[in-house]
Each structure stands twice: as C-alpha cells, then as structure tokens.
Design a protein around this ligand. Structure first.
Ligand code: UDP
Length: 369
C-alpha cells in the first residue's frame, strides 16, 4: 500500500488526504494545533455562539465541481457576505457599487453618472505596479483615501505603494447595485460549520490524524523516506531553515467580546479604514444563521509577530520566494517527493476554494501518473 505523510489539516492537507485515502493510500496527517481545519476552524465559544477562531471564512467559488466534491461532506446554507466600511460615522457598502454613493453623499447616481464620476476621478494606469496605483486606477483618489488607504496601511503595516496590486485587486468595482462582498457564482456556508465539514473530509479508515504534533523540517526529512509522498502546508521559509532569509507574513490578534443582544452590527463585517487600531469587527452570526440570544464580536488587530496568516506581497518578499521556489521544485522532483501546497507553503494570497481546487488537482495528477 502506498503511504503519504501530510503536514497540516487545513484545506490543502485535508483535501489531499481524502483523495489519497479514497485511492487506497494510507495517510498519516500531523497537525501541530489541538484541532483540525487550519484557519477555517470554527467552534462554539463559552456563550454557545459559533465563531470563526481565525477570522471570517466566506466560502465562495465559481467551480461547481468543487461545490459537488465538498457537498459529500456538508450541507450548505446561503452565504450572506455583506461588508460595510465605517466612514465619518456612517456604514458605507464595500466593494464600491452604486449603493456606496447613496450612503456617502445621500444621492442616487445612475450608472452613467457613476461612469462619469469615475472618468473624472480615475488616475489611469495601464499596468499598476503597486496597490496604490491599482486603487487610484480603479476608483480615483477620493474613494482611495476614504476606503482603501488607511485600511491597507493598518492591515499590512506598510504603505500601499509597497504592496503588490494583486492585494487590492481582490476587491471588485461594480457599476450596479450588487452589494455582496465577493463576486463568485456560488456563495455558500457549510450548514454545520467548517470544523464539521473538515471532520467529515478526514473521516476515512485510511486517514490517521495526529493532533498536537508539530513536525520540524528535520523530522520531516527523516520521515520522508518512509513515505511515497509528503504534502507540506506550513510556511515555506521555515521548511528550508530560512536559507534565503525570512519571508514576511502578517499575523492577527483576535479580541472577542460577547454582547447580550441578538445582533450588534448591521452585517457580518465592518471595516475601519480610519479610526481604531483594529481593521475590522466580525459578527459571524450573520452568516452562520445561528438562532441564539447573545452575540459575539471579533476585533482583528493586525501585527507582525505571531502565527502567520497572510503572505505580505512586496517586491522583496516575492523575489525571495522565487529563490525558495527553486528549492521547492527540487523537492518535488525527488523519488519520494514533497509537495508544497496552501497559502503559507506557496506564498500566495489564495482563497480557500483555490487551495482546495489546486490540492485536489495536484494529487489527482500524481495518482494518474
Ligand atoms: N481593502 C481595503 N479596504 C476595504 C477592504 C479591503 O483597503 O474596505 C484592501 C486591503 O488592502 C485588504 C485587501 O483590500 O487587505 C484585500 O481585502 P480582503 O477583504 O480580500 O481581505 P481578507 O478578507 O483576505 O483579509
């Protein structure tokens, strides 16, 4: 029987484990935390409110194949993903759409008036090379200053002109009344939560999960020879002993507050581009549709130290990652290969669905060989 070693139980590790197990492989999955599901982990807090422990996870995808695959492990509820940005004491809909203007200036613009406004405001740039140029090209200085600049500085700890345009490109601009945060075709949420869904993915006789067990790179190198394939989803720089220096990862501190109210804020996420040290407050109850009396709000404080959550996409970091990529490719070419998958291992600002899709495809390709 073929054997796989998997490090990390987030979307990459879990999906790979399941596909391999169903193909008859024996899988040993090592997870350093005391729970599965990586940063998608959710649980009931001490007040019995279901919360997303590592920030909100809004499942969305354009891939019906992925929805079908995950539907083997969960039922779904609709994903009500609405975000407002707090500007001058008002809740402003983001991403920018026609209702953004109603909230900002109290006036309904037609689509043509909106286009004219943008033509006047936009500082066009054929190929934006940083997030500031990208925002100015998309919406102009007025909306950049109101909605993007302050938030981006807080979130990343650097100036937007130091950051890749890919970061702010994640947000669409809409010339219509669609206020939903994402644009993907399927916007849904696992009915019983993410942890339950991951638990079902990993529930297979061929998968052995070991929690609270951190493997360091030298452990992995030693163990690798006992396995036909290794999947690694931790930070890529740590795996190679920081050979080319540390890659920048942004961390978060989560502060939780419970309120004896049914709902505290008008929608799941409020962004704060100007005031406060936190970037956003999240009331995930709006999307979990949990019927309970109280509610729990999470305040997110970005910071440098701590668990890595986001790759910081600057020119320096991306150049450094290119060097690590050569080492990654060497590992991939070995007889007992190691595959690097996921946000931390591939140093990419992936959404959850992109990780699932890539992990499933990568393993299927290996099995096909
Ligand atoms: N962003 C912003 N203002 C907002 C929302 C997003 O400036 O109100 C920028 C910011 O740089 C952020 C990026 O767009 O890091 C991507 O936003 P997204 O909501 O996708 O971030 P995530 O949910 O992954 O933290």
């Amino acid at each position: 029987m073929d054997k796989a070693l998997v490090i990390g139980s987030g979307p990459a590790g879990s999906a790979c484990s399941r596909i391999l197990a169903e193909a008859g492989w024996k899988v040993d999955l090592f997870e350093k935390r005391n729970h599965i599901a990586g940063n998608c982990f959710d649980e009931y807090d001490e007040n019995s409110v279901l919360v997303h422990r590592y920030g909100p996870h809004y499942f969305r995808t354009d891939s019906i194949e992925l929805v079908k695959w995950l539907s083997k492990f969960t039922h779904w509820i609709p994903g009500h993903y609405y975000v407002r940005s707090m500007v001058d004491g008002k809740f402003i809909p983001v991403p920018v759409n026609l209702s953004t203007f109603v909230s900002l200036i109290g006036k309904v613009l037609t689509e043509d008036e909106f286009k004219t406004y943008l033509e006047e405001q936009r500082i066009t740039c054929q190929n934006p090379i940083n997030a500031e140029e990208q925002c100015l090209d998309m919406v102009g200085k007025e909306l950049y200053d109101l909605l993007f600049k302050g938030y981006t500085i807080k979130q990343w700890g650097i100036e937007p002109y130091e950051l890749s345009p890919a970061v702010t490109e994640r947000l669409p601009l809409r010339l219509n009344w669609d206020e939903r945060y994402p644009s993907e075709k399927y916007q849904i949420m696992p009915k019983d939560g993410y942890t339950a869904m991951f638990n079902n993915i990993l529930q297979h006789p061929n998968i052995h999960v070991e929690l609270n067990h951190e493997l360091n790179p030298s452990d992995i190198s030693k163990m690798q020879n006992n396995y036909d394939l290794t999947i690694y989803s931790g930070p890529v720089d740590a795996f190679f002993g920081f050979e080319y220096g540390k890659l920048g990862y942004r961390s978060l501190r989560f502060v939780w507050k419970h309120f004896a109210e049914t709902y505290r804020q008008p929608c799941v996420q409020i962004n704060y581009p100007h005031k406060y040290r936190y970037t956003r407050t999240v009331e995930i109850k709006h999307v979990t549709e949990q019927m309970c009396q109280g509610t729990t709000i999470c305040y997110e404080y970005p910071q440098d130290e701590g668990e890595p959550f986001y790759p910081i996409l600057t020119g320096d970091n991306l150049q450094k990652y290119d060097k690590y990529k050569l080492l990654v490719n060497k590992e991939k070419a070995k007889r007992n290969p190691i595959l690097f998958l996921g946000r931390l291992a591939e140093y990419k600002y992936f959404n959850m669905d992109q990780i699932f899709i890539k992990a499933i495809q990568t393993v299927k390709n290996i099995l096909g060989k």
